[in-house]
Write a protein that binds this ligand. Structure first.
Ligand code: PHE
Length: 451
């Protein structure tokens, strides 16, 4: 058994908030949120997403941080230990496995998309964006994704950087990096917002994002909105639970989770407000898919004074945002290899990196050579994304919440959550343990046409 006392811990609650925010804020906010919103018709999707963050995401996040901190082990062993302690079936460990596996699968495609961001740093620094027309922006993107060799190069580079950071341990450098880089990213998004406000299409974009039009909502888009809420908060994928296991015992879990969710949501909405005015002003289609931010932001940078500098800074900070997420995705896996199999951190990082790199090749090819290879109409990348965000994460989250709310003795749970008022605790238990699971179930049944 690992000795919990010997494990590293975040130096403070703030350090955890920074690390968890670093995990939450990433491609999910700046790349995935805008393109999913565009594909799913805008406002109604955004509304469902926001409801899912508040009603499902935050309460489940609290359950996850709590379980991690209570067990002080990696998610797989945490679930084994907790199930044993509470006299529950050992099948509950499946939740730990599913989370760890999901984090790993997400890592494999996340690093490919992060590779695109690396490519865009190169383009920005070399002044490719100045005076860029929307058509040229589209062809820059198409050129990139049709070149597998190049994508493999940037994918490899991103994996390498991630694994170097992971191999060096959980705390070093990370806290400081997030506290400097995150505000930097927000400032650049605000500069971009200034451009979008003046683009002439801000109102149209605002309407598109916030004036609910429920006719655009389908069963699948509700499922995607829920999946996106899980993805963007890094839930049920090992990350938040393993980070929770490094959280000092005196930190308040509810407040911490709230801060992370608010920061994450604000950045996603900001990114939407930046992207869509450009989409409408340039006559692009909102539903153009994963290329959306890569085809819009460069046009904005290209048209503003100092665009080359701002673009370079933006994409560099974007890489860091992706990096602080990717290291959290593999942390559960690496911690498991370390704690369960007594592997050195370096060796564990090497293996996880290599495996993630290999699986990532599937995603690389799904944009070019293997574009036509589909599973139920989805490319390899789309299948992995669907499998994790829309299936494994919500199911895993539901199971975690039910376990924490109803299968553990309530007193320690309430103490650990630091809820002095019984009403707060009961409220949390009902929302996380009943409303959230019921909502998840309903969305599932609905999406397969049963409900
Ligand atoms: N939340 C991250 C993002 O929005 C992605 C992520 C998913 C990170 C799962 C960790 C685990 O970019």
């Amino acid at each position: 058994m690992p000795n919990p006392k010997k494990r590293t811990q975040w130096s403070s609650r703030l350090a955890f908030i920074l690390a968890a925010t670093g995990s939450a804020v990433g491609l999910g906010n700046i790349w995935k949120f805008p393109y999913m919103t565009g594909q799913n018709g805008g406002s109604a999707f955004v509304l469902v997403y926001l409801v899912c963050i508040a009603l499902i995401g935050v309460p489940i996040m609290m359950a996850e941080v709590f379980l991690g901190r209570h067990a002080r082990q990696n998610p797989i062993q945490a679930m084994i230990a907790l199930a044993e302690r509470e006299n529950r079936s050992s099948c509950w460990q499946l939740v730990g496995w599913s989370g760890t596996l999901s984090g790993f699968i997400i890592f494999s495609f996340y690093s490919v998309i992060s590779g695109w961001v690396i490519h865009y740093v190169y383009l920005a620094v070399n002044n490719y964006f100045s005076g860029l027309t929307p058509e040229n922006a589209q062809s820059l993107f198409t050129e990139m994704i049709s070149n597998p060799a190049e994508m493999i190069l940037t994918h490899s580079l991103f994996i390498f950087i991630t694994m170097v950071v992971v191999a060096r341990g959980v705390q070093k450098g990370l806290e400081k990096a997030v506290s400097i880089l995150m505000p930097g990213l927000i400032i650049l998004l605000l500069i971009l917002l200034g451009y979008s406000l003046n683009s002439g299409s801000f109102l149209e974009a605002f309407r598109f994002l916030f004036y609910p039009d429920f006719t655009k909502l389908t069963e699948q888009s509700v499922l995607s909105a829920m999946g996106q809420a899980f993805f963007t908060l890094s839930l049920a994928s090992g990350a938040i639970m393993v980070y929770g296991s490094y959280l000092p015992s005196d930190a308040s879990i509810p407040r911490t989770c709230m801060v992370v969710a608010i920061a994450d949501t604000a950045i996603a909405l900001l990114s939407g407000l930046v992207v869509f005015p450009i989409v409408f002003a340039q006559g692009l289609t909102p539903a153009s898919g994963p290329g959306l931010v890569f085809q819009t932001l460069p046009v904005a940078f290209g048209a503003m004074p100092g665009g080359t500098l701002f673009a370079s800074l933006f994409f560099i900070l974007f890489i860091f945002a992706a990096l602080t997420s990717s290291i959290s995705m593999v942390e559960a896996c690496v911690a498991w290899l370390e704690e369960r199999w007594r592997m050195s951190r370096l060796k564990a990082s090497l293996w996880v990196g290599l495996a993630g790199w290999t699986l990532g090749l599937g995603t690389v090819f799904s944009f070019n050579l293997g574009k036509t290879v589909t599973f139920y109409g989805k490319t390899f990348f789309e299948s992995l994304d669907f499998l994790t965000a829309n299936l494994l994460l919500p199911l895993g989250g539901m199971a975690l919440a039910i376990f924490a709310c109803w299968l553990m003795a309530p007193h320690p749970v309430r103490n650990e959550l630091g809820m002095e008022h019984r009403v707060h605790f009961d409220l949390w238990r009902w929302v996380a343990g009943v409303i959230a699971p019921a909502a998840i179930l309903m969305v599932f049944l609905n999406s397969i046409g049963i409900f």
